[in-house]
Design a protein. Sequence first.
Length: 238
Amino acid sequence: MTTKFEFPGRGFHVVADKVAEADFFLQQMKDKSRSVEEFRFLFSAFVSAARSVTFVLQAVMSAYPDFKTWYPPRQQRLKDSRLARFFIDLRNHLQKVGGAPLFHSGFRRDGKFEWLTEFIPRPEFKDVPPGDVVSLSEAYFRLLLEMLRECYLDYGAYIDPRTIFTVEGLSQLRWSVEDLEESLGFTRGWTDVPLPKGEKISARLELLSRHGGDELIDAFFEKYEIGNRREIGSNDAD
């Protein structure tokens, strides 16, 4: 007998919350009218929040099937990225030592004074990536989002609150429509009303989807143009 999947207490929305936190600080960093001091505070907060994304991902996904084999190749990809490795080392330095290797220069544009911030080599950071710190921070954030999108696509109904309301999603979880009804707080068979055979399951799932949770992280995939979600299966089978 096939065992149906039981959801752990910690959901993927915890990962989405951490992504939203990192995005918030990154957006604040883009305000070029901010003082040098404000920028440094925001940058430190962004680095910490962004670094926490993979920690939270591992904590959430550790209870899901095959994650122990899914994650290491993606983790290695980040380790192989010069930019990601720099930000990881920088976060450790900021947490344990303090003092980001930042250099600020200013210029006036359209009557307004703006700051440009770059990384500057130091004994502990001799090889720093060239370019604007905000642009580099966003590039690093995109690397994290690309990995999260892979997870979102590969795990489907396990973490996407919309995919579960499809035949494909139920199959992935080894659930019945009655299991889904029960998980939403309804009596098993609540949606089992007389309908044409070819429409029954799709109609029941459509009705139950009105009571599903909101999808959170897709907005960040779209905002940073990470790619389109894979189309989930249609509800046209009984």
